[in-house]
Design a binder for this molecule. Structure first.
Ligand SMILES: [Zn+2]
Length: 60
């Protein structure tokens, strides 16, 4: 099993992360709302209808 943050091997003491630092990073993601928050996302889904993200393809 590898750390979901940095991909390093996990330490048993910090599973599923490799270190306290990566655990903190994951926690920060939660606090910043990077992870889906069902109660908020549902409102957004109803009021905002965004088209699929379209990125211009640039190929040589
Ligand atoms: Zn890590």
């Amino acid at each position: 099993m590898s750390c979901p943050i940095c991909g390093e091997d996990t330490l048993q003491a910090f599973r599923p992360f490799c270190s306290k630092r990566c655990a903190d990073i994951d926690l920060a993601k939660w606090l910043n709302g990077s992870y889906s928050v069902p109660s908020q996302r549902e409102e957004d889904a109803e009021s905002v209808q965004e088209p699929p993200e379209s990125q211009p393809l640039r190929r040589h």
